[in-house]
Design a protein around this ligand. Structure first.
Ligand SMILES: *Cc1c(COP(=O)(O)O)cnc(C)c1O
Length: 373
């Protein structure tokens, strides 16, 4: 058996700082002291890893988790035996018995799902747990207010269920001045009156920092836990991912020559170029490169900023390391692409997307290390 380190086999490494995820969750709880702060851990805890992030949050006091899918609920349940786990995307046909066997609770978002859940409860002769999603302006999942009123006045479906809370979801809370926020808050007030005594859940990360009228009993922060921007133009909480990639070789490129596919960027001076083992197959977006006059994202090496040269390839990125001393810019050294100063939202800005997509798109080829567990 030949022994090699994981580091020798991977091109790039991710360090997930779970202690900072926990600190960010505490900051969300502090912003909504009268509510319980849950944690949204869908999409493998926004790319940070359910298997390590969920136990760290549970140990810090998180009692309620949200995932999108039943499969994610199972992954979370495997590492947290005692917490409540809700499935935001609802009751998929055929999933009910699996959910109940693992104490995963569906958030019901249509009359059809409510009927199916109530039917299963009557068949089993017991009240089954569920949460209720009512739409207030997103027009994605959830009953309309009119449907909710009819459900209450014309059916006894809810009597067959053990309802944990009623929730709604904000569509534009990342823009605190957006008129939709006040409209949704007013509609949420109507929901409260429709279900007196039932617990409520309204705020995502952005809503958590929008004020108490958005909190209800249970807040559902996601992106804020992972260091992404939740209010446009405002600094996020602590960044939680460090991404470093290995330099494979350093080469000289004379002024006027181009670097990478399409010859899309020429160097304007005699340059030293580091070729790094990271690419779009790792979730580092192709659009974050420099091509056709657009300035791309940056990395850092030996404390010095290094712009990306040319297009991002599947497995490789070229960095301009002309200004970096050779003692730092050499084969085997690691350049930083993501940390406290180069944020997911900065990369997202270059890639014309949002920090959420950068985090959830982090690839499978990294050597992953968890820090602060
Ligand atoms: C994803 C999601 C959240 C978390 O949103 P963030 O913007 O990441 O805080 C909360 N509620 C629902 C219904 C969601 O789908």
């Amino acid at each position: 058996m030949i022994e090699v380190t994981a580091e020798a086999l991977a091109g790039a490494r991710l360090t997930i700082h779970v202690d900072r995820i926990v600190a960010n969750w505490r900051a969300c709880q502090a912003a909504a002291p009268s509510a319980e702060a849950a944690a949204v851990v869908k999409a493998d805890a926004y790319g940070t890893g359910i298997a390590t992030t969920v136990p760290a949050l549970a140990a810090a006091g998180v009692k309620t988790f949200f995932v999108a899918l039943p499969s994610e609920g199972l992954a979370a349940r495997a590492v947290t035996p005692d917490t409540e786990i809700f499935i935001l995307n609802g009751l998929f046909e055929g999933a009910g018995p699996v959910l109940d066997a693992h104490r995963l609770i569906p958030v019901l978002g249509s009359i059809g799902e409510i009927e199916a859940r109530a039917r299963a409860a009557r068949t089993q002769g017991r009240r089954l747990k569920a949460a209720l999603h009512i739409d207030t302006g997103m027009n994605r999942l959830g009953l309309t207010l009119v449907e909710a009123e009819r459900l209450l006045s014309e059916t006894d479906h809810l009597g067959a269920l053990d309802l944990c809370f009623v929730m709604s979801h904000l569509a534009a809370a990342d823009q605190p001045g957006h008129p939709l926020n006040a409209r949704q808050a007013a509609a949420f007030g109507a929901i409260r009156r429709l279900f007196p005594g039932l617990k409520t859940s309204f705020a995502n990360s952005a809503g958590t920092f929008l004020g108490p009228e958005f909190h209800g009993d249970l807040i559902r922060p996601g992106i804020a836990l992972y260091g992404g921007v939740y209010h446009a133009g405002h600094p996020p909480l602590q960044s939680v991912v460090t991404l470093e990639a290995r330099i494979i070789q350093v080469r000289d490129v004379p002024a006027g020559e181009t670097v990478g596919y399409g010859g899309a960027q020429a160097v304007t001076r005699d340059s030293r170029v580091a070729i790094v083992a990271l690419g779009y197959a790792d979730g580092y977006h192709r659009r974050a490169g420099s091509a056709d006059g657009a300035r791309g994202a940056r990395a850092r090496l030996g404390g010095i900023e290094c712009p990306i040269l040319g297009r991002v390839s599947m497995d490789l990125i070229a960095l301009d390391v002309t200004d970096v001393p050779e003692s730092a810019a050499h084969a085997g050294a690691f350049a930083r692409f993501l940390d406290e100063t180069i944020t997911v939202d900065e990369i997202a800005g270059h890639a014309e997307t949002i920090g959420y997509e950068i985090l959830t798109g982090l690839g499978r080829r990294y050597q992953r290390t968890v820090s602060g567990a």
